[in-house]
Every structure is written in C-alpha cells, then in structure tokens.
Design a protein around this ligand. Sequence first.
Ligand code: SAM
Length: 292
Amino acid sequence: MYNLSDIGVLKKLLFEAGFSFKKSLGQNFLVNPSVCPDMAEASGCRGIGAIEIGPGVGVLTTELCRRAEKVVAVEIDERLRPILNKTLGEFQNCEVVYGDVMKLDLSSLIKEKFGDMPVVICANLPYYITSPIVMTLLEGRLPVESVTVMVQKEAADRLAAEVGSRMAGAVTVAVSYYAKPSFVRKVSRGSFMPAPKVDSAVIKLDILKAPPVQVADEGFFFRFVRAGFSQRRKTLCNAVSSFMGVPKDAVLSALKTAELPENTRTECLTMEELAAVSTALYELTRKGGTAE
Ligand code: SAM
C-alpha cells in the first residue's frame, strides 16, 4: 500500500515513471493527508458507487475505494497509467477510464458501469476547466446523488454563494437551479504539489429532485440570467436589454409584472424573483416576436 500523501513516496513514484507535471492539465496533486479522507467522507460514497474526475496518482481514489462499493475514475493523461496500475492495483472495486471527461458520455458511462447503484461524484478538479465541468455535470442531469468537488477558493465562493447575495453570479443561479450547495472545508495552497498560487475549497452539491422554481422556458431563463449578470454595474433592465437585444420597455414591463422596481440589479434578486421576471419577459417577447 502506498502512502500517497507522503511527498517522498510521491516523488519516487513520479521519478520512476519519468513523469513531469503538465500545468495545462491542472496537475496539482494533493499531499495534505487530511483532505482526501474528508472529501471521500463528505461525498457520502460509503457502500454505493463513486465517480472521480482526474485521479492523478490515485490519492483521493484510494480513499474512495476504501469506502465505496465501486469506483470509476476518469483520467485524461495516459502517462499516469503505469503509476495508477501500481497505486490502485490492490483495489478490486476500482476501474480507471482514460479519456477527456468533457468528451465522454457520462450518462451512458454511469449506466454501463453502475447499473441501478446510486452514484456520487467526488473530484479534485483541474482548475483550468472547473466551471465547464461543474456545469456539464449539472446540466447533463446525470443520475447522481451529489457532486463533491475541490475548486479554487474564489470559484467555491461563487458556486456556493446564496442567490441574491453580492457574491452571486450566473453560475450561482445555475448551480442553485440544479442543486443545494454547501461548503465542506478550506484547503490551503501548501496542501498540493506543486503548490498553486491560490487557496482552494471543497464544496458539495446535493442534486435536487426538481428545480426550486418553475420557469416558462429553461433555455430562455439561463440566457436571461447570463444577460442580467453580464454587466454588473448596469441595472437588470439595461444589461438584459443590451445583451439580449430586447426593447427596454419589455424588460421594464416584465419587472413591473414581477412587482420589482425599474432600477433593480440582477444580483439582488432571489431565485423566485429571477424566475418571475424571466417568465414575464418570455411571455412578452414571444407575443412581440423579439429576443427569440
Ligand atoms: N486527484 C488527484 C489529486 O487530488 O491529487 C489529481 C488532481 S489534479 C488537480 C487534476 C487531475 O485531472 C489531473 O490528474 C489531470 O491529469 C486530470 N485532468 C485534467 N483535465 C482532465 C479532463 N479533461 N478529463 C479528465 N481528467 C483531467
């Protein structure tokens, strides 16, 4: 059994495989021994299935294998194959799939590998594609219970912010539409090799069975939210009007229908208010033939 949080062990493994870190793949490997057990525990993987994205040398994978019934890890970098064969060789409940998580059909993969078993996702995400991965996982409506991920601290603050707070952005609204976010723990930059320039945090997204609000059209709702947050210094009316090409009168009328003032800013609105304005605007623009 390899102690992968021991820098000496990690360096020896990497050296023997002639491995050099690729910054372009977000390869910062965890060496703080408390983080992976915490993440695996928080993911709720005990006795069920777990998917990991980017196992690296297998430090988190090992903790998942100790708890989960079955683990499937997706790794883009084939150079890690000889290392993972060594470090995960002892686990009968583990399989590594080599490929780009952004190009895989994860729904089919989950069905093929786990059948009817409940599944969670747990990963220390490569920083260069944090938000696209999180959004792919959520928008894909994958049959998973939760997504526990380590991301840069700033990204965590944004992803897990409360809709209607100053930290909220379009991605916050998207996350809250699909999941209930919670903060698990902070992870300092010194917990990685090589150390990144910023601290990280682990968040858990518990997937909702149904969205918290009803909207007339999901595609329109997300375009409206992106538009509203596109220019933070502008009012919702000005931002939405210029980004979506909708007449200001229509946006003002939608705000009025939702009983909100004309100078409303997007970041002040709750999910319910965003849904109400978006639905009113959708109805108006459909009638008027604009923006769609
Ligand atoms: N889980 C390991 C750990 O905690 O030490 C490694 C985490 S490291 C931050 C990110 C990992 O994701 C690397 O192993 C990298 O090669 C892998 N990766 C990067 N882009 C990927 C992609 N598109 N699909 C799958 N894996 C990817």
